[in-house]
Design a protein around this ligand. Structure first.
Ligand code: GLU
Length: 416
């Protein structure tokens, strides 16, 4: 993808650089934190059901582990590549530090379009990939999770492949099905957390969620749960979309109807009922109070950010806004609640699941949701206060808080 002549890792390091200036971080520490600790690129041969063979490439990048085991998702996407995975791994480092959970940052991916594979092919590929990275992961070393186009079933296969080598190890991955060590609340945690953060931002900024017009790009796990939570808390979800297009209704969509249709295998644009069909670009540029990109990277950039009419952008996706897009939004007075804060509910939920696996004790979902909101509210308040004190953006503040914590741990551990 790579817009504005910046790769994903360069773009994340651009954001890093803005915060490093505020912190007056020394050059040695910058050198450590703008590079990765370990990168694996592994061949993943997949035997197809018809006897053919596809050889995919898989990646796992461990960015920084000063504050705890490496942590981050695994995505299956045709455009996954080492540089993008580096950028996303770095984002995980700042995210886990900002919300103060005892993890570092990592990410993984396989460059493949999973919609072309059967369930059996997906299972074989997932097991082969886990075997390829098993020597660098571990319950106190590196803990994968779902990300784009991976889900609880993917994690169950990964857990089984690892457990076959090392003995029963539910804590090796998070985001598992409830029947094999998953935590009640984890599946909805990212989307719910997006709305927890929006709620904290609304309270501090003096507006209410009641009747707030929200548009959501992307209707996968994160976008759909964000829509459900937004509607439950009184917002009007005026537009949603998936990769094929979207729907819009000024008075608010019937979110449950869209959810039922999409979870049944349908597309957003096929949902029947009173609404207008729109494209993804129309969704981003449509009238609303809050825009929630919850799909791919680089959706808001220097060429389309000027069209955004929302007052607030809440980044549910990872790296949905390029540095060029971020500047245009800022110049237009639009507040951006950054990914490392807005979507941190997912990895916080993963932390709760991992801790429960290690303790072999399951929490009730109500406790999970309460502690999730609590952690996000604390992180939001710290970020907003930092931004006020330093006259900087929420993104710069969130990065600065995360970087400062990671730099302190890296220094104490003798990385530099
Ligand atoms: N993939 C999610 C993220 O980007 C969750 C990662 C995790 O739980 O480890 O934050």
């Amino acid at each position: 993808m790579a817009r504005e002549n910046l790769s994903a890792f360069e773009a994340v390091n651009r954001y890093f650089g803005e915060a490093a200036e505020i912190l007056d971080l020394d050059d040695d520490m910058r050198a450590i934190l703008t590079t990765t600790y370990r990168e694996i690129s592994v061949q993943v041969p997949v035997r197809l059901d018809d006897g053919g063979l596809v050889v995919a490439q898989g990646y796992r990048v461990q960015h920084n582990g000063a504050r705890g085991p490496y942590k981050g998702g695994i995505r299956y996407h045709p455009s996954a590549n080492l540089d993008e995975v580096r950028g996303l791994a770095s984002l995980m480092t700042w995210k886990t530090a900002l919300v103060d959970i005892p993890f570092g940052g990592a990410k993984g991916g396989i460059a493949i379009d999973p919609s072309t594979l059967s369930q059996h092919e997906l299972e074989r590929m997932t097991r082969r990939f886990m075997n390829g990275i098993a020597h660098v992961v571990g319950i106190y070393r590196d803990i994968p999770a779902p990300d784009m186009n991976t889900n609880a079933q993917t994690m169950a296969w990964m857990m089984d492949a690892f457990s076959a080598r090392e003995g029963y190890s539910p804590a090796i991955v998070t985001g598992k099905p409830l029947a094999v060590g998953g935590a009640p609340g984890r599946e909805s945690a990212t989307g719910r957390g997006v709305i927890d953060v929006l709620e904290a931002h609304a309270a501090r900024s003096g507006f209410s969620l009641d009747g707030l017009r929200v548009a959501i790009q992307g209707f996968g796990n994160v976008g759909s749960w964000a829509a459900v939570e937004a509607a439950r808390r009184g917002c009007h979800v005026v537009a949603v979309s998936d990769q094929w297009g979207g729907v819009r209704r000024e008075s608010g969509l019937d979110v449950q109807r869209v959810v039922d249709a999409v979870r049944g295998g349908g597309k957003v644009s096929e949902v029947e009922g009173a609404h207008d069909d729109i494209t993804n670009e129309e969704l981003l540029a449509g009238e609303c109070d809050v825009l929630i990109p919850a799909a791919l990277d680089e959706q808001l950039h220097s060429e389309n950010a000027d069209a955004v009419q929302a007052r607030v952008v809440v980044e549910a996706a990872n790296y949905p806004t390029t540095p060029g897009g971020d500047k245009v939004l800022g110049d237009n007075g639009i507040v951006v609640v950054p990914d490392v804060l807005a979507n941190a509910g997912g990895v916080i939920g993963s932390y709760f699941e991992w801790a429960q696996n290690i303790q072999q004790f399951q929490w009730k979902e109500a406790r999970f949701n309460e502690e999730l909101a609590d952690k996000l509210h604390v992180a939001y308040a710290a970020t907003a206060s930092y931004a006020e004190a330093h006259g900087c953006t929420l993104r710069q503040a969130a990065f600065a808080i995360g970087i400062d914590r990671v730099a302190t741990a890296s220094r104490l551990r003798g990385y530099v």
